[in-house]
Each structure stands twice: as structure tokens, then as C-alpha cells.
Ligand binder design. Structure first.
Ligand code: ATP
Ligand code: ZN
Length: 291
């Protein structure tokens, strides 16, 4: 008798995306338990396994169907050059960074043209090649596995193309970014065909739950009392809210209670604007789950 099929999700084993990928899966209601080895963790309450690997292997594993799903940076996905491409399901809102061209301070950069004939060091030769081609620039690419930022000092290259989140590494190496060639964040990807068709409904539920967790992360439930006459103006201030629920208040003709789900962050500035437009008793509540 064959064993029932299990859905496989490839996640980074250790590194910048590892903890957040696992937390996301846990927030979606799946309890992760360590397996007998480091490579495979199990989900206790669903037939799912986490395949824990280096992030660079995730696009190929998912593309080839070794894993059904994967969580990986868009930068790694774009760099993939062989095999079938995985299908992008949704961006996940963490692991944000940019792939940028950076040059030594004082380098006279006047757009991609300035890269013509230069040597550029990078760990992302394929993404860089595509950028150069788009801009019709010929340059030499020096591929390095890491420590790209030291290349100009070692005279290995005049310019680099590297991942940047805060820019601190560039700064300490006397470099400044001159161009962004890719904006990246972690994305959920899936293979074109699941390893077993019986896993389809589990796959759909996984996607729906992850969508729910991502959506509810910034979302807030806002309640307030509002002058009926200014309802339209007030609703327009609420960030990313669909039609709000409007309820009459006992004994008040002029004021109504307004409840709305805001899909985006609600800042103090928003509350101040609501108040200025006549709202009172404003409450902002977190949302735990959304579907
Ligand atoms: P692995 O051992 O899995 O190959 P790695 O060293 O290639 O790990 P990490 O440094 O852990 O990768 O980064 C993983 C991903 O995190 C990157 O591919 C990128 O999508 C994202 N990331 C976010 N901010 C940064 C940053 N400042 N520098 C590098 N990567 C970042
Ligand atoms: Zn890597």
C-alpha cells in the first residue's frame, strides 16, 4: 500500500528568509515539528513537509516539481537560468531589498550609458545581463560568489551590482548606489503541476491561508462615530477600505457608527484627519485572521 501524498514546501534553511518563512507557515495555522534530520521538518496537523535548503536551490526544486511550493527572494527567482520556471503565486511583504548598481564615490554616473565598456562585479550575472541588454550596453561581467563590495578596491571591477537593503555596506566600502535594477521581496512560488493531484485542495487552502495572513498583517478594523453629512469625506480618508458598515446610533439622527476594514497601515496622521473631519470615538483594532 502506498503512503498518502504529502505537499512539499521548500524554504531557506538558514539565513535572512528562514525564520520569517517558517513563521508565515505557522501563522497560517500549520504546526512545524523538527524532523529526524535537518533537511525535512514536518507539519503536525496537515500532510505537509518543509524541505529546508539553500535559497539558490529553491527555484529549480519548485520548477522541477521536487517541491510543490517554495518561498524565495524575487532576486533569486530572476537569476534562475535553467529548467522550468516556477509560477509566482504572490509577494509576501518581507525580505525586501534592491539589486543596485553601485560605484565608488565620485564616479561620474549619467545613466546606464556610463556602464559601457566597464567591468561590473556581481553575484547576479543573469539579472545584470538582462538589464544591460535592455539598455543596449556592452560591459564585462565578473561573477563573484560573495564580497562583491570589495571588487572596486581590489581593482577587479570598476562598478558593482549587488543587493542593498540599508546601504550601510556600500557606505563602509566607499561606494554609492547609482541605479536600481530590481526591487525584491520574498515571494510564494509553486510548481506548474503538483506532485500528486490529490494535493490540489490542500494547495488551495495553503494559498488562501497565506493570502489571509499577508493581508491581515497591516490590516486594521476601524470603528468611529461620524456625522452623517460627512460620511463620504470620512470614508475617503480610510486607507484601503471597501464600503464601510454604517449603523444608526440610538436617539441620534445626525451621527452614525462606521465600521471598516482598512487594508493598509493606519497611522496617527490618518486618525488626526478623521478627527478634523468630524469623527469621534475612533478605535483601531488589530485583525487576527481574514479570508
Ligand atoms: P543561502 O545559504 O540560503 O544560500 P544566502 O547567503 O544566499 O543564503 P541570505 O543572505 O540569507 O542568502 O539572503 C537571502 C535573501 O534575503 C536574499 O536572496 C534576498 O532576497 C533577501 N535579502 C533581504 N535583504 C537583504 C540584504 N540586505 N542583503 C542580501 N539579501 C537580502
Ligand atoms: Zn543563497
Amino acid at each position: 500500500m502506498s503512503r498518502p501524498p504529502r505537499l512539499r514546501i521548500a524554504v531557506q534553511k538558514s539565513g535572512r528568509l528562514a525564520d520569517k518563512s517558517q513563521s508565515l507557515i505557522e501563522a497560517a495555522g500549520f504546526r512545524v515539528v523538527k524532523g529526524a534530520n535537518d533537511l525535512l521538518y514536518k507539519i503536525e496537523n496537515a500532510p505537509i513537509d518543509l524541505l529546508r535548503v539553500r535559497d539558490d536551490d529553491i527555484p529549480t526544486f519548485v520548477g522541477d516539481g521536487v517541491a510543490d511550493f517554495g518561498i524565495v527572494g524575487r532576486n533569486v527567482l530572476e537569476e534562475r537560468s535553467e529548467g522550468a520556471p516556477p509560477v509566482e503565486v504572490m509577494p509576501l511583504g518581507f525580505g525586501r531589498c534592491e539589486l543596485r548598481i553601485a560605484a565608488p564615490k565620485g564616479f561620474d554616473y549619467a545613466g546606464p550609458r556610463s556602464l559601457e565598456g566597464k567591468r561590473i562585479a556581481t553575484s547576479y550575472p543573469n539579472v545584470l545581463k538582462k538589464f544591460l541588454k535592455r539598455n543596449d550596453i556592452r560591459a564585462d561581467i565578473v561573477t563573484m560568489r560573495g564580497a562583491v563590495e570589495v571588487a572596486p578596491r581590489l581593482k577587479l571591477a570598476q562598478v558593482i551590482c549587488d543587493l542593498v537593503s540599508t546601504g550601510a555596506t556600500l557606505e563602509t566600502n566607499g561606494l554609492e548606489s547609482v541605479e536600481t535594477i530590481l526591487e525584491s521581496e520574498a515571494v510564494l512560488v509553486r510548481c506548474r503541476t503538483l506532485s500528486d493531484p490529490a494535493l490540489e485542495s490542500l494547495a488551495e487552502s495553503l494559498i488562501a491561508r497565506i493570502r489571509g495572513v499577508s493581508a491581515s498583517r497591516d490590516a486594521k478594523y476601524v470603528m468611529m462615530n461620524a456625522p452623517r453629512a460627512r460620511l463620504e469625506e470620512l470614508t475617503a480618508i480610510l486607507p484601503g477600505a471597501d464600503a464601510p458598515t454604517v449603523t444608526p446610533l440610538a436617539g441620534r439622527e445626525d451621527i452614525v457608527a462606521v465600521h471598516a476594514v482598512c487594508q493598509e497601515s493606519v497611522f496617527w496622521e490618518t486618525l488626526e484627519r478623521l478627527k478634523a473631519a468630524g469623527a469621534s470615538a475612533i478605535l483601531v483594532l488589530p485583525i487576527e485572521k481574514m479570508m
